[in-house]
Design a protein around this ligand. Structure first.
Ligand code: FAD
Length: 747
């Protein structure tokens, strides 16, 4: 029997830019044993620059022009962390992330692109829309487009674009094409003597003609000196009004690159050698706009980022395997295809230029081929038997098991004392009130004394649902806390049970730290102390908590699971659909945005909902988890109660109904459908919505039964408290098992 592979090295890819998306795909096709790859990027979708103008012009949809990084990572077996990196500490080999704990790496690669330079012009940052990040541009453009469509007057409306490079020109033409039949004027402001510096005169003339045809007024040698609300001022003092201003000037680098202390060029872009490594630290790689190849600098263009991908993938592999790296020589000349708004394009390469509809079709074909690589993902090569990474990316470091030896079971599978102590040491400094430090505990821990009344205890355990360990820790903590909330109890302390995939002590420590930091984030928010726990190594990750608590009510009364009266209304506090959505995610069929929304839902604590249920004197409550809504409802109803459910009112997560209707089911779904015996379906019920009753939920909402005259008010209070999807989904009925009717009727 093959021993399971031990993880030994962390490769972190920062930014889901063109180079990383491609390199990740290449790395996944030839996986390295013992390597854990993490991609950190602020959103699940990253734009493909070549098709951006076409998106604005209305030729393409959002999905056609964006790579779904969450889906790509799921396919590649790569951890996706949806976050923004804010600092790099090369000495400590750590990355700071906005709003969450920092992460460690053994090897890091940076491909975060660039943004337009805005800080040299006063007022630009406050009053202009930067062309990047594209998510912001897209939202503003959509709002603007809608506003223009809704305008009734014929009064002129001026849209200004600052920047006479290819980006500014293409954006102006795309917007002008989209709003061609509206009374909108366009101004393109260009600081240089001519637009498209570096392009040949024929290409420039063709683009000029297109700008004229689209009614875009081009102002060359017109440098913007300041921006005020609705007005820009040029260096010559003249002032020009605008209704919306887009900023598309030369590229600027994120300031944290230079702040890392690594060498940069004068613009703050990361300096790299031809191996794409920093000259100061060969564990740091850089590619795309953010990096400048010292010996072969090139303009900031997606085409260079794309061409760097094979070299980056190959060199990351080589560095991890201790093999020689190759040098990447970017091409000197490149083909630039400028789209002209109306499904025409101009090609420019050296002294050659061509213009026409066929050039656009040619560009369209190239762009669609590029994107097809991320849509139709091929089968990956087997993980076993591939090259094995060296411990900690080349640095000698201990591993937990001798090569080829099956890992031990029983207590031999415990996480090593050093890794555990180091993780707890760090966490107890970050959460002094809520985390017991290393060695603080005895063989057993006392449960903190709360107020009088019964002590309650519950346990819940989850397998890995999301690959981001900090988020997984948060979900597991929330999920476990819900059991207490459903009883109307407040948590006091928790014990963790964690199984970590086999890894070297260093990686075990990192993983444990992230998981528990996520859990502590939730526990600290509700004053629950993580008193101790147990951690093991095993084939796959699992995390759960025993939670102790006390009744929320001073008189010790709990919120029972049963005891509903006929006529009571049933309220559900959170939307359903995690089962089908994560089943689709595992099959790479879910949209990354839907997964993000589902995660956000799972991170909503049920604590306030429980408090509100008590305030409104609810008759009973339970939390909706693995057995699905119907399974948990049946538990609530007991022997002599039934229910009527209104399927149309079930709150559902975005994308869940589509997944369910397509037959994408959680593996638990079939077992949950046994409850269908208790169900009577009305005429013409929506089958997808009906199946939602069996969908298992992780960290789902509370199902609350409350008297009819308080139901609407409770629902309003829940919505105000942040449970935006809270809905009254049905009512409790009398049930007589002898009359043969079904216990739950749905319509
Ligand atoms: C309108 C327009 C049209 C263009 N058309 C073309 C064209 O046709 N051809 C061409 O070659 N070039 C074109 N460009 C230029 C092109 O956009 C860039 O050169 C290219 O996107 C650079 O790719 P990249 O891999 O460096 O990074 P990008 O593709 O910009 O991706 C960077 C990624 O990093 C993420 N990120 C950013 N900051 C952080 C952070 N702090 N932490 C983690 N992740 C982060 C971003 O969200 C993004 O996913 C165009 C630019 C514009 C504005």
């Amino acid at each position: 029997m093959q021993p399971p592979a031990e993880l030994r090295s962390d490769l972190v890819l920062v930014g889901g830019g063109h180079t990383h998306a491609l390199a990740l795909r290449m790395l996944a096709m030839r996986p390295l044993t013992g390597l854990r790859i993490t991609l950190v990027s602020p959103a699940s979708h990253t734009p493909y620059s070549g098709m951006l103008p076409g998106l604005v012009a209305g030729h393409y949809t959002f999905e056609e022009t964006h790579i779904d990084l969450a889906r790509l990572c799921q396919w590649a077996g790569v951890r996706f962390i949806e976050a923004e990196v804010t600092a790099l500490d090369p000495a400590a080999r750590r990355l700071a992330l906005a709003g969450r704990p920092d992460i460690a790496y053994d090897l890091v690669s940076i491909d975060i692109g660039s943004g337009p330079e805005m800080d040299s012009v006063p007022g630009a940052r406050e009053h202009a829309v930067p062309v990047k990040p594209v998510a912001g541009l897209w939202q503003r453009w959509r709002n603007l487009h809608q506003r223009v469509l809704e305008r009734s007057g014929e009064e002129a409306y001026r849209i200004a674009v600052v920047g006479g490079g290819a980006g500014g020109v293409e954006l102006s033409l795309a917007m002008a094409h989209r709003l061609a039949d509206r009374p909108v004027g366009f101004d393109l402001w260009c600081g240089g003597a001519q637009i498209l510096q570096g392009y040949n005169p024929r290409a420039r003339a063709a683009v000029q003609a297109a700008l004229e045809r689209h009614g875009v007024a081009v102002h060359t040698a017109s440098r913007v000196a300041r921006v005020e609300p609705g007005c820009l001022q040029l260096e010559d003092g003249t002032r020009h009004p605008f209704a919306e201003l887009f900023w598309c000037t030369g590229a600027a680098a994120a300031p944290w690159i230079a702040a890392s202390g690594l060498s940069t060029d004068d613009g703050g872009f990361l300096a790299v050698r031809d191996t794409l490594q920093s000259p100061d630290d060969d564990r740091v790689f850089g590619a795309g706009d953010i990096a400048v190849q010292l010996d072969h600098p090139r303009p900031k263009a997606g085409v260079f980022a794309v061409r760097q991908a094979p070299a980056l993938a190959q060199n990351l592999r080589a560095r991890l395997l201790g093999r020689p790296l190759r040098e990447h020589r970017p091409q000197r000349r490149f083909l630039s295809l400028v789209s002209l708004g109306d499904r025409r394009a101009t090609a420019d390469k050296g002294p050659f230029s061509l213009t026409g509809a066929w050039v656009w079709r040619w560009k369209d074909r190239i762009d669609r081929q590029f994107m097809a690589q991320f849509r139709a993902l091929p089968a990956r090569m087997a993980r076993e038997g591939g090259d094995e990474v060296m411990a900690r990316a080349g640095a000698p470091g201990p591993t937990t098991a001798a090569a080829g030896q099956m890992p031990c079971g029983g207590c031999g599978a415990k996480v090593g004392a050093d890794a555990l102590a180091a993780a707890l040491d760090r966490l107890s400094r970050d959460f002094p009130e809520h985390c017991a430090g290393p060695g603080a505990g005895d063989d057993a821990v006392p449960i903190p004394a709360g107020r009088s009344g019964a002590l309650l205890q519950s346990i819940d355990l989850l397998r890995e649902l999301v690959a981001d360990p900090w988020v997984m820790g948060r979900i597991a903590a929330n999920h476990a806390l819900s059991d207490l909330y459903a009883c109307g109890a407040r948590p006091l302390s928790a014990l963790a049970a964690v199984v970590l995939p086999f890894a070297s002590p260093g990686l075990l420590q990192r993983e444990l730290e992230q998981l528990l930091a996520g859990a502590l984030h939730e526990f600290a928010a509700v004053e629950c102390r993580l008193a101790g726990g147990h951690s093991m190594q095993g084939g796959e990750l699992a995390i759960g908590f025993v939670i102790n608590g006390q009744p929320m009510r001073p008189d010790g009364r709990l919120l029972p699971k049963r005891g509903l009266a006929p006529g009571d209304r049933l309220l559900l506090t959170k939307p359903l659909g995690t089962g089908t959505l994560f089943a689709a995610h595992m099959q790479q069929r879910a949209d990354g945005r839907a997964i993000r929304a589902a995660i956000d839902m799972m991170l909503v604590s049920n604590s306030s909902a429980a408090e509100l249920a008590l305030t409104f004197n609810a008759g009973a409550a339970t939390d909706v988890t693995g057995f699905g809504l119907l399974g948990h409802l049946l538990e609530m109803l007991g022997a002599d109660r039934g229910a009527r459910l209104d399927l149309a009112r079930l709150p559902l997560l975005e994308g869940a109904l589509a997944g369910m209707s397509a037959g994408t089911l959680s593996t638990m779904h079939a077992a949950n459908t046994l409850a269908e015996r208790a169900l009577q379906r009305g005429d013409a019920v929506d089958e997808g919505r009906l199946q939602m009753l069996f969908d298992p939920q992780t960290s789902g909402g509370l199902l609350i039964g409350v008297a009819a005259d308080r139901a609407v008010e409770l629902q309003r209070a829940l919505v105000q408290a942040g449970y935006g999807a809270a809905a009254i989904i049905g009512e409790v009925t009398r049930y007589d098992p002898m009359n043969g009717a079904a216990r739950v009727r749905c319509q």
